[in-house]
Design a protein around this ligand. Structure first.
Ligand code: SF4
Length: 351
């Protein structure tokens, strides 16, 4: 394949594809190279802002969640539920993890995350045990919305993770319903109580993430209630986050750096940080310029939604998201709202 530029997208052992740049049109076509395992439940490793090189494990189908947050970059929740069950076969997850570690370098973290709420999977504890027994020395992080922590079994299931990163965007019922649009019977006081209980039982790190939506959870009243909740939960760290790119609700805007600093000053707590800027992500070792090129090549041909890109490139939505964040911050792409949602298009050919 003399003319073939070898560009592996996602994991080489995952996809086993060559991407061939077409000389004139400037886009890529996939040619299957070999029969390597295709992963349905693993993604990345992705350049994570907080965890370095992180291999993702997705334990629920796309947008199966207890919440339907107005800022969710994965789009609207299609299965709003609080029912815990075996959403994906445990044996498949174990098989994929075994294959991954037999063929790939070790990431800094294994992260249970993805495009839904991982604690909805009733086998999360089994996956955690499998990782601990089989790949002892890689810490596991769990990205969760924390809404099920009032259930003892959920707290038990995840107690062996090295790091748990729950989110809490509101401490009053009214703002909780506005921002997180929860499954009807979820109540914010019960959720906060679950987080407090978890802190008492769990000896690992808890990094509480608060997603700031200007005009909703940055009022004096809400910030005061959030501060009280933080003091009760006593997490090791509090991380302020905000929108990188458009979510499902177009009126939601990102908080500025100054607004986030103002919140830190208002709280006067010593464990609050702002999650690193998008541009800093590019410096991470796991940032793959070949993946970036594949995304740029695809949208140069025609504007795509997040879902289109995920399907065309065979990458998990979260993984595509990370790259879109950086490309948009670099001014290489822009978003345009159309009937079918937000489309990403190349800046250079549309100027
Ligand atoms: S909890 Fe996470 S996955 Fe669920 S809707 Fe909110 S942002 Fe999306």
């Amino acid at each position: 394949m003399a003319q073939t530029e070898k560009i592996s997208i996602g994991l080489k052992h995952n996809l086993g594809y060559y991407l061939v740049p077409e000389q004139k049109l400037g886009f890529f076509v996939k040619i299957k190279e070999d029969e390597t395992m295709k992963y349905n439940h693993l993604f990345g490793p992705v350049p994570s802002r907080r965890l370095g090189i992180s291999l993702g494990v997705d334990l629920v189908p796309l947008k199966t969640c207890t919440l339907n947050c107005i800022y969710c970059e994965c789009g609207r929740t299609t299965d709003l539920t609080v029912t815990r069950k075996n959403y994906v076969p445990l044996s498949e997850v174990e098989e994929e993890l075994t294959d991954y570690f037999a063929n790939n370098p070790r990431p800094d973290y294994i992260t249970f995350s993805g495009s839904g709420e991982p604690t909805l999977n009733s086998n999360i504890g089994h996956v955690l045990h499998f990782i601990r027994n089989y790949i002892h020395d890689i810490p596991v992080a769990i990205l969760t919305n924390g809404t099920l922590f009032s259930t003892k079994q959920v707290r038990e299931d995840i107690k062996d993770a090295a790091l748990v990163m729950p989110s809490l965007d509101a401490a009053t019922e009214k703002i909780f319903r506005k921002i997180n649009r929860p499954y009807p019977r979820l109540k914010i006081d019960t959720i906060i109580d679950g987080l407090v209980r978890f802190r008492k039982e769990y000896s690992g790190q808890i990094w509480l993430e608060i997603f700031i939506v200007p005009g909703m959870n940055d009022t004096k009243h809400e910030l005061t209630a959030l501060k009280q909740a933080i003091e009760k939960i006593a997490p090791d760290q509090v991380q302020l986050n905000t929108l990188d790119r458009p979510g499902p609700v177009s009126t939601v805007r990102a908080a500025t750096r100054q607004e986030l600093k103002h919140i830190m000053n208002f709280w006067q707590l010593d464990n609050v940080t702002i999650i690193a800027d998008v541009s800093e992500r590019k410096d991470l070792l796991a940032y793959r310029t070949d993946t970036e090129s594949a995304i740029l090549g695809t949208i140069a041909r025609r504007p795509c939604t997040l879902k289109d890109l995920s399907e065309i490139l065979g990458l998990q939505i979260n993984e595509v998201n990370k790259y879109l964040d950086v490309l948009e911050a670099d001014g290489k792409i822009k978003t345009v709202k159309q009937k079918r949602g937000f489309f990403y298009q190349s800046v250079s050919i549309h100027k």
